[in-house]
Design a protein around this ligand. Structure first.
Ligand SMILES: Nc1ncnc2c1ncn2[C@@H]1O[C@H](COP(=O)(O)OP(=O)(O)OP(=O)(O)O)[C@@H](O)[C@H]1O
Ligand SMILES: [Mg+2]
Length: 471
């Protein structure tokens, strides 16, 4: 079943799908780039800030140690300056977590503890990013040593809000560029998809035209990609369809012509009989005999046509094992009657040979070829008929000394209704279907036929069929 795409919306949707795919992929990529830029900037900033704070903490720890954690003026100024510079709240606590100095002066002498402060009192310098997005802050603590002993800790609480302001400025620029790139890619993507789908549209148009009856179509093939292959396949298919269509027309014309001739001559004969009122018995008998032979011709053509139609069907071949020699002997016997009337001798040479094939079909094929050899031989001549065994094939030779076939006509003799000499064959009653049937039979058996012929000298048909049928 062929479904023809007539709806332009469906055809356009391929372009749409392609464009949407480009845009979706690009959007995801740009979003990932944005996230990546954001994360790496933040990481960079935090690591910068962290190392600065470590330095500041070292300074405060030294001053606090010197002041023995007591708020001396130097200690106060250092705390204030560093707090401003680093934009941090600074606590200096003793080992009991009592705040000895607070940069904002609010929590002095109160208890203060957080996980980083605890770790610092235990002797480790630690840092942690806490909070979420704009509310994130760094919590960093460093121990204050007196010799090996930890006497307190410096704790920095440092918001990182300002990084977001800086990142947002850059992100805005990245976003603007992203939107610009997206718009550009959407446009380019659309044109690319139009370019890609154009040949497909051409094929669809051609198929639609074919469905409307304009069989001869051709699409342009560009390049060597899959779409070019599709176009090439379409062109090949189109050529084959046209060939089949021409053959069909020719066949109908030939068949009508062949059927018309016996009908026309019967018409004349019957009209003559009617007008003569069948008064002359001898003439009446002669006409009736002629009508009889025309009916024979008609029924011969019809049964041959039926046979061809059957052979062309896609049914499987019924095969069995049989002796080819006995089939050939039967052919000699059956064609012998015709041969006798022409005093033609059929010289057959063969021995028992088992093959696997359809016996009736093989009989029919050999019969047609031997009958032709006799039919197209002159009187008092001989027909040589023998079997030759080869490795994979058995070859059946039928050689006559008859009229022969002109070289350029040899390929045509297997066409339906083809006769080399139309007038001569009309007399012999041939319809030109015999060899078409032979050809179909041998093709179905995976065999082949060779013909060697010389005008005025004779013809040899060699039919090759495999010993075992492989369907
Ligand atoms: N052995 C032969 N010698 C010379 N011409 C031949 C020979 N065999 C076939 N031909 C030519 O090939 C044509 C086609 O043969 P084919 O057997 O198909 O048809 P036919 O013999 O004319 O009719 P049909 O076999 O249908 O009764 C013949 O009309 C004849 O011109
Ligand atoms: Mg024939």
């Amino acid at each position: 079943m062929v479904t023809i795409i007539r709806d332009n919306a469906i055809r356009n949707s391929v372009k749409l799908k392609l464009t949407i795919t480009y845009v979706a992929i690009l959007t995801v990529c740009l979003a990932l780039i944005n996230i990546f830029v954001f994360l790496s900037m933040r990481k960079e900033y935090i690591s910068d800030k962290k190392s600065n704070i470590f330095l500041y903490q070292r300074t405060i720890a030294d001053v606090a140690y010197e002041a023995d954690l007591n708020k001396t003026p130097l200690f106060n100024i250092t705390m204030e300056t560093i707090s401003k510079q680093s934009n941090s709240r600074i606590y200096v606590i003793d080992k009991n977590y009592i705040v000895r100095a607070d940069s904002m002066g609010e929590r002095e002498n109160t208890y203060y503890q957080n996980p980083e402060a605890k770790k610092a009192i235990e002797g480790d310098r630690t840092f942690k990013l806490r909070g979420f997005l704009r509310n994130s802050y760094l919590s960093i603590a460093t121990p204050i040593h007196s010799g090996d002993e930890v006497i307190g800790a410096v704790v920095f609480i440092s918001p990182i809000e300002d990084i977001y302001d800086r990142i947002i400025v850059i992100q805005k620029r990245v976003f603007t560029i992203s939107v610009f790139i997206l718009a550009l890619v959407t446009l380019i993507g659309y044109f690319i998809s139009v370019y890609i789908t154009k040949p497909i549209d051409n094929v669809v148009d051609a198929i639609e035209s074919m469905a409307e009856g304009e069989l001869k179509q051709r699409v342009e093939v560009k390049g060597n990609d899959e779409i070019a292959k599709l176009c090439m396949a379409f062109n090949n298919m189109n050529e084959k369809i046209i060939k089949i269509d021409n053959e069909r027309r020719q066949f109908v014309a030939d068949a009508s012509h062949e059927l018309k001739s016996p009908l026309a001559s019967m018409n004349v004969l019957v009209e003559s009989l009617i007008s003569s009122n069948c008064e002359n018995k001898e003439l009446t008998m002669e006409f009736l005999n002629d009508i009889h032979s025309e009916i024979g011709r008609l029924s011969n053509i019809v049964s041959n046509l039926l046979e061809l139609t059957k052979l062309e069907g896609s049914f499987g071949l019924k095969v069995d094992k049989f002796d080819l020699n006995s089939v050939c002997l039967e052919v000699v016997k059956r064609v012998g009657f015709i041969a006798k009337t022409k005093n033609v001798d059929i010289l057959y040479d063969g021995e028992k040979i088992e093959i696997e094939a359809n016996r009736d079909n093989i009989f029919r094929a050999i019969y047609n070829v031997v009958e032709n050899a006799v039919k197209y031989s002159s009187e008092y001549s001989t027909v040589d008929f023998w079997i030759e065994k080869e490795l994979n094939y058995v070859k059946i030779h039928v050689k006559d000394n008859g009229v022969g076939i002109p070289e350029d006509e040899v390929p045509k003799i297997f066409d339906r209704f083809y006769r080399v000499d139309k007038t001569r064959d009309r007399k012999t009653g041939g319809s030109g279907l015999g060899l078409s049937i032979v050809y179909e039979i041998i093709k179905k058996h995976n065999g082949y036929i060779d013909v060697e012929s010389r005008v005025g000298e004779g013809t040899e048909f060699i039919i090759s069929i495999p010993y075992v049928f492989q369907g």
